[in-house]
Design a protein. Sequence first.
Length: 165
Amino acid sequence: MSQYQLAQLNVATMKFPLQSAGMADIVANLDRINALAESSPGFVWRLQSDAGNATALRPLGESCLINLSVWHDVASLNAYVYRSAHAQIMRRRNEWFEHSITAYVVLWWVSKGHRPAIDEALQKLALRRERGATADAFSLRQAFRAPDAAPARAPFAFGDRCPVG
């Protein structure tokens, strides 16, 4: 069993102030989506204020929301993001959030039990923006194995020489 867990940060720039009519649908769904995450297989932890979400935390400015969480592994996060009701609400993200031309999601491996701070997460996002996907800062689309994962076995390829012949 791995001694690492997957941390994730995503950031989103709001088109409207959080308490405005333009954000009403996403705000109305926050508790439901957060509860879904917490009940999803592989969920470990999420950053939240006393209000139960992270909307009051604005380290990148008043118009930018952050989401920071920890999961058991890439497969668990992938299932939540793409195969749960989360995907349905996020199909509407263009209604509420500006399109980002830079990376707005970053994943990285943390030691089991570690809860990343906002500054750590923002450093990982900056690293991904500067260098693209690396083992230290990546995305679901270009995920890397945990540092203690067994190496992937290379598949047999035509043209390889038979070791016994």
